[in-house]
Design a protein around this ligand. Structure first.
Ligand code: BJW
Length: 230
C-alpha cells in the first residue's frame, strides 16, 4: 500500500500545502478548504479551485519520475500495489497507475449537492452552473473533501491497511488525519512501514525506515529494489 501526498507532485510544479510557499493569495488551506468557507465565500472558493484546475491542465504540469515509478511498481511487483492518494490532481492516472483511491477527491470533478451526481471533465465551476441530471442551478461544488468532511472510500482503505504487508508513505507531512494515522494502523496490523520524504514528517516514529530526498529521485530507487531491477 502506498500513501501519497502533495510532495510527490511538487516536482511536477504543483505547490505543497504547508511548505514555505504553501499559501494561496495569503490564505492558508484551512481558510479555503472547509464547508464553512464555501458557504461564506463561495466565489473565493470557486476561484481557488478554478485556478488550480487551470494549472493542472497546463502543458507544464506533467507526471514526474516518482509517479512513473509507482505505475511501474504496479506493473512489475510480484504482489498487488494499491495507491491511496491525498492529492486531487490526476498525475498518478496519467502516469499509468490503475489501483488508485483519491481519498480527498478529484480536482477535475464536480458534485451536485442536490442529487449527488458526480461529473468529470470540469474546467471551471461557479455559482450559476446547472446540474446536468437534476437541472438545479447553484448546486455544483468541487468534488473535494474539505476539513470536517469524511474522506472517500474509508472502508476500502481500512481493508488495505489491515492486510498490507508493506506500507510506503510518500511526500506527506503527517499533519492531516485520518491519513496521518495510516502508518501506525498498518504497523499495528503487521506491515513494514517506510517513509519517503524530502524531510522527516510529523510522525517519523510510525515508520520502521525512512529515506529522505526528492521523490523524483528516491521513489524510482525504491521501486528498483522492490522489483529486483537494482
Ligand atoms: C516532498 C517534496 C519532494 C515537498 N519530494 N517530498 C485534531 C486531531 C486530529 C484530527 C483533527 C483534529 N482537528 C481536526 C481534525 C480532523 C482534520 C485534521 O486532520 N485537521 C488537522 C489540521 C489537525 N481532518 C479532517 O477534517 C478530515 N476528515 C475527517 O477527519 O473526518 C472524520 C472521519 C475520518 C475518517 C473516518 C470517519 C470520520 C478531512 C481532511 C480533508 C483534507 N483536505 C485537504 C484539502 C482538500 C484538497 C485540496 O484542496 O487539494 O487535503 S487539506 C490538504 O492537506 C489536502 C492534502 O491532501 C492534505 C495533506 O497535505 P499533504 O499532502 O501532507 O501536504 P503538505 O503540504 O502538508 O506536506 C507536503 C510534504 O511533502 C512535506 O512533508 C514535504 O516535506 C514533502 N515534500 N517536496 C518528496 N520533492
Amino acid at each position: 500500500m502506498v500513501l501519497t501526498g502533495a510532495g510527490i507532485s511538487a516536482e511536477s510544479g504543483i505547490r505543497t500545502f504547508r511548505g514555505s510557499d504553501g499559501l494561496w493569495e495569503e490564505h492558508r488551506i484551512e481558510e479555503v478548504a472547509t464547508p464553512q468557507a464555501f458557504a461564506r465565500h463561495p466565489a473565493l472558493v470557486y476561484r481557488f479551485y478554478n485556478e488550480r484546475r487551470q494549472q493542472l491542465l497546463s502543458d507544464t504540469v506533467q507526471p514526474n519520475a516518482a509517479h512513473h515509478a509507482l505505475a511501474r511498481l504496479e506493473r512489475e511487483y510480484k504482489g498487488t500495489v494499491n495507491i491511496v492518494t491525498q492529492n486531487v490532481d490526476n498525475l498518478h492516472e496519467r502516469a499509468g497507475s490503475h489501483k488508485l483511491i483519491h481519498m480527498h477527491g478529484e480536482l477535475l470533478k464536480s458534485r451536485c449537492v442536490s442529487c449527488g451526481d458526480v461529473a468529470a471533465g470540469v474546467v471551471t465551476l461557479d455559482q450559476h452552473d446547472q446540474c446536468r441530471v437534476c437541472n438545479h442551478r447553484g448546486v455544483l461544488r468541487p468534488h473535494i473533501v474539505w476539513f470536517g468532511e469524511v474522506p472517500f472510500q474509508m472502508e476500502e482503505i481500512a481493508e488495505l491497511l489491515a492486510h498490507c504487508t508493506l506500507f510506503i508513505s510518500i511526500g506527506t507531512s503527517g499533519n492531516v488525519y485520518p491519513a496521518a494515522g495510516f502508518a501506525k494502523i498498518a504497523a499495528e496490523s503487521g506491515a513494514r512501514t517506510l517513509e519517503l520524504n524530502l524531510e522527516a514528517s510529523s510522525t517519523p516514529g510510525n515508520f520502521d525506515e525512512a529515506r529522505y530526498g526528492p521523490a523524483g529521485t528516491i521513489v524510482p530507487l525504491v521501486v528498483d529494489e522492490l522489483t529486483g531491477s537494482s
